[in-house]
Design a binder for this molecule. Structure first.
Ligand code: KG4
Ligand code: ZN
Length: 348
């Protein structure tokens, strides 16, 4: 089954074709991303209306480009998957409107995919042998969640952030030290040259039991440190390193606890912050110590992309899930409400 995947939940237009006849990375026939970073940079964050309008401009050309790269035409498609939520309502409606129209015109089944389920299943696209049960750490710009996965579509929330998401904390911290939007990857790059231990920040909420996170206080600690410093390049690097180590340690401590709680030794990491090198190294070391394994998608499939939507949609379409022709999006959508794949229920 060849499925066209469309992602427009925020500031990235992503399109891909996934072919279930070729399991694993080979199934990804083509994928393309158009990033709106330059468009939003001067505002220091995503402007929802501008995001929607840019998706309108870029989506159809990107679909044509992706199909051409895959050597396919619309006649070769067997289904259409699109991000139905959570995300910015206008941005979601662009993808949903185009996906539903294409499906209707081509007489194909269509499915609305949960963006975080897309992230969560991306590691399975890379490694077809990876199967539940496992614990997933979802770390993006909008979410920080630990999820127990018993089956595909059966998600139990073990813990989540009470305030800022991990990616949001990276972005806000970068901004307050004068780095341009989106600062997360840049902060991580600068941290490479910082001295470990030069600045030591708290590991929030690790001194008490539980699997929830809180990152907003860390940002304030950095602000104070930055204001009281000489604000040189070297100091910025030291502070960035101290901040990154604090976030990475905190995530790692909670991942270990979650694995213990779920009596499991397989950890799956997904979402934009999953591209962070130090986080990848730290979690790999923990997995080795426990005799377990940790799975990450390649960095390009950690951040928003169409491939994860094509893949997650293909799993559900293959299991016979179908939805009606209405264009429905859910800006807020609880992942625990999703049906288990193969249960015969529909998600939207
Ligand atoms: O999953 P994603 O692309 O979009 C959302 O669904 O939110 O995640 C984007 C987030 C941003 O906050 C970005 O700063 C962060 O992921 N991010 C990183 C890195 N690459 C992306 N944070 C830390 N280190 C990185 N290397
Ligand atoms: Zn995302």
């Amino acid at each position: 089954m060849r499925v066209l995947g469309i992602e427009t939940s925020c500031d990235e237009t992503g399109v891909a074709v996934y072919d279930t006849a070729r399991p694993g990375p080979e199934g990804l026939r083509a994928h393309a991303i158009y990033s709106q970073i330059a468009l939003h940079a001067e505002y220091g964050g995503v402007v929802p209306e501008l995001a929607s309008r840019d998706h309108v401009r870029k989506l159809l050309p990107l679909i044509r480009q992706t199909l051409a790269e895959a050597g396919l035409t619309t006649a070769d498609l067997d289904g259409v998957a699109y991000t139905a939520g959570p995300g910015l309502v206008g941005a979601l409606l662009v993808g949903a409107g185009v996906a539903r129209s294409l499906a209707w015109a081509l007489d194909l089944p269509a499915i609305g995919v949960h963006h975080m389920e897309g992230h969560l299943l991306a590691p399975l696209l890379e490694d077809p042998d990876l199967k539940p049960p496992f614990v997933a750490l979802l770390v993006s710009g909008g979410h920080t969640q630990l999820v127990e996965v018993d089956a595909i579509g059966q998600y139990r929330l073990l813990g989540e952030t009470l305030d800022d998401a991990a990616g949001e904390a990276f972005d806000k911290t970068a901004k307050l030290m004068g780095l341009p939007y989106p600062g997360g990857p840049q902060l991580a790059a600068i941290a490479e040259t910082g001295r470990p231990g030069a600045y030591k920040f708290a590991r929030p909420m690790t001194d008490r039991p539980g699997l929830d996170f809180s990152f907003s206080g860390l940002k304030t600690q950095v602000l104070l440190a930055w204001r009281n410093s000489d604000q040189s390049e070297a100091t910025r690097a030291d502070i960035a390193r101290g901040f990154e180590d604090a976030v990475v340690d905190t995530l790692a401590i909670k991942c270990e606890r979650a694995l213990d709680a779920a009596r499991c030794n397989t950890l799956v990491v997904a979402g934009g912050v999953g591209a962070n090198k130090r986080l990848r190294e730290k979690l790999a070391a923990i997995a080795t110590k426990r005799g377990g394994r940790v799975c990450f998608p390649r960095p390009a499939l950690c951040t928003d992309n169409g491939a994860m939507i094509a893949f997650a949609g293909a799993l559900r379409l293959q299991a016979g899930e179908r939805e009606g022709a209405a264009v429905t999006v859910l800006p807020r959508w609880d992942m625990a409400s999703l049906p288990t794949v193969g249960s015969g229920r529909s998600g939207l």
